[in-house]
Design a protein around this ligand. Structure first.
Ligand SMILES: NC(=O)c1ccc[n+]([C@@H]2O[C@H](COP(=O)([O-])OP(=O)(O)OC[C@H]3O[C@@H](n4cnc5c(N)ncnc54)[C@H](OP(=O)(O)O)[C@@H]3O)[C@@H](O)[C@H]2O)c1
Length: 291
């Protein structure tokens, strides 16, 4: 049975990883703060990370820990850097020292977002936000440390926890109209789908950088309309531009306008596994969430 050290085990992806592997893995579950049966582990602390890896001797570390508040990263850069860049560096160094592999999650935000065709893994990153810069630093630290890594860049992630889908469903409880940006494109991705891809690649022994988003693309306003259609909510969605949104929310971080990733390396590697279409994945999520 594979020994997995899972960081950020109570986050959206952390929960999906636990569900994906179930009893098929021997987990060391870790979180920022301790809870029932869960070990407290701050990945930005190198000595804590080294001790956890030395004690548990995992086959693989799956890093689902990150500071994911994109606007918060602009204001709290040091905190963001310690979780998003120093943390993965510590994990890579411990993995290299104790001979295990590292699965790390990165983001569409490493790209500039002014593309005109889906980004592939070999395209040059050029982040425009603090969050994107910290996540790119992590990729570089990992690559510079060793070769036994899998970096999966995902986007627009939703699962069990705080996310865009839940925010929009909360809004629907006391609003009959909402304004949503319509000129930022991307691929909503279910954490359940991403966890399945991680397991597939892990079991194949794949290494390197992989894009990992659901198939197809949309924009935030159309995505919101699909969420309300599935939830049978009668809420009018006003389509606004990024500029209109920024004028109303001056503290918000700049977001990439074009965030579509092509899962090119996955498709080159195999036809045994594909990510679901985003419309199918969100329908499953809404059903499982009771909407
Ligand atoms: N959410 C998205 O739309 C999105 C898009 C692209 C890529 N990603 C990437 O996908 C991965 C998973 O994201 P997610 O949405 O599942 O994240 P999430 O739900 O925000 O969970 C992140 C987890 O990391 C923990 N954490 C934060 N700082 C930590 C530290 N220093 N040490 C240990 N744990 C720490 C958090 O704990 P607390 O709750 O206690 O702070 C939380 O449990 C991340 O790498 C993220 O950057 C996410």
């Amino acid at each position: 049975m594979k020994k997995i050290l899972l960081t950020g085990c109570n986050g959206q992806l952390g929960r999906a990883i636990r569900r994906e592997y179930g009893d098929a893995a021997d987990f060391m579950l870790t979180e920022l703060s301790a809870d029932d049966g869960i070990k407290a582990l701050d990945i930005s602390d190198a000595s804590q990370v080294r001790a956890a890896v030395e004690n548990f001797r995992p086959d693989v570390i799956i890093n689902c820990a990150a500071y994911t508040n994109v606007d918060g990263c602009e204001k709290n850069y040091d905190l963001a850097y310690s979780a998003n860049a120093t943390g993965p560096k510590n994990l890579a160094e411990a993995a290299s020292e104790f001979g295990c592999s590292l699965v790390h999650i990165s983001t569409d935000y490493v790209f500039r977002g002014d593309g005109t065709r889906p980004y592939v893994e070999t395209d040059e990153p050029d982040p425009i936000s603090a969050y994107g810069r910290t996540k790119l630093a992590a990729e570089n630290f990992i690559r510079d440390t060793f070769d036994d890594y899998l970096i999966l860049r995902t986007a627009w992630l939703y699962g069990e926890g705080k996310n865009f889908v839940r925010t929009m469903l909360n809004v629907a409880q006391n609003h009959d109209e909402v304004s949503v940006v319509c000129d930022q494109k991307g691929s909503p991705t279910s954490a359940v789908e991403l966890a399945a891809m991680i397991r597939f690649l892990q079991e194949k022994g794949a290494t390197g950088v992989f894009h990992a988003t659901c198939e197809g693309d949309t924009n935030w306003a159309d995505f919101t309309e699909e969420i309300y259609r599935l939830a049978k909510k009668d809420v009018r969605v006003n389509h606004v531009t990024s500029e209109q949104y920024a004028a109303a929310n001056p503290d918000a971080a700049k977001r990439p306008k074009y965030s579509i990733l092509e899962n090119a390396h996955l498709k080159e590697l195999t036809d045994e596994f594909t990510m679901a279409q985003w419309q199918d994945a969100i329908a499953v999520y809404m059903k499982e969430s009771g909407y």
